[in-house]
Design a binder for this molecule. Sequence first.
Ligand code: NAP
Ligand code: F7E
Length: 328
Amino acid sequence: MTRTALITGITGQDGAYLSQLLLEKGYTVHGTARPSSTDNFWRIAPFLDRLHIHRADLLDQGSLIRLLDRCQPDEVYNLAAMSYVPTSFEQPLLTGEVTALGVARMLEAIRIIKPDIRFYQASSSEMFGATKDQTQDETTAFHPRSPYGIAKCYGHWTTVNYREAYGIYGCSGILFNHESPLRGEQFVTRKITLAAARIKLGLQEKLFLGNLEARRDWGYAADYVQAMWQMLQQEEPSDYVIGTGQQHSVQQFAEMAFEKVGLDWKRYVEIDSSLLRPTDVVNLCGNAEKAKERLGWTPKVSCKELAEIMVEADLARLSPKDQSNVST
Ligand code: NAP
Ligand code: F7E
């Protein structure tokens, strides 16, 4: 029988990769988009005609209840969130409403409408924040460093609590940074790859960055949505860290991206102190042993390959057809 999935935040990076994966697996795929004057469908445009899009907002309990009643999904992937850390410092209360309480609203809707739904919560390595541990796994203590990280801790523990209190099949996927050509342009990897491509093509002169020393475990979004799906196929629900186990600094990522277009990053990157955060996270590196053992999940794409994929995609997007042979 055809399975039905609902993805909140289907218009985002992960929503696009996950919907593609679920369509390939034969699911009927529903997704939420916020009511707005301009649709943000560019990531899902290639297969939009195969998706069922509903207007719903994590801020509005009634819209979520009606949504579940209409779709009757077997699986819900809660990807919607205010996901950009700097904005969470500017709008901490809105971040809490969407990224924290939004999870409780979705789980309440599940409890009321269809408690046998399998639920995936998009948790984040930002919950580890100021951790002193060199690598982080499911047992590492949380010490969030932003309103976003704090809100994700609430979402994580709410998922755990609904599992323990009401027997809901809820999984919290603690995903480390994952990127792709579909990444929003404000996140540092895409900001860098887009700038490297633009500078190569003579469309930009400088790239302004903040903290070059911050270190992240960067993986490929297409690999990570596979793990989301696998989590919901297990007999018992659980929480999983998903990461590559490899760490690079922002500076190293810039080196790799500029190298791809044959340029020396040092000539183009400048520091803009206004991009520094009130508190930053400087040392994240995931230990995904549990996911490897129980799900058989391993990452396929290295950080260097990822930087190259992203630069290539940005070059292709920016290049007029007759310049598609720009030397890389
Ligand atoms: P993204 O590209 O920023 O997408 C976020 C999605 O949430 C968008 O579809 C957005 O819709 C939607 N949204 C925002 N506010 C909403 C609201 N009030 N009601 C309903 N929808 C709302 O994020 P992503 O990179 O795909 O990440 C997916 C999820 O994983 C997020 O929860 C993020 O916090 C989490 N996460 C991401 C990473 C990562 O490295 N990418 C790592 C760990 C966890 P609009 O199109 O209308 O803005
Ligand atoms: O920053 C530093 C910045 O904004 C990474 C979200 O998907 O992953 C993401 O959150 C690092 C930080 O991602 C710039 O200070 C330097 O240390 O790309 P980012 P993030 O904050 O790690 C987690 C796992 C999520 O869950 C989030 O939703 O890069 N950095 N210079 C900069 N960052 C930005 N954005 N822009 C700069 O110019």
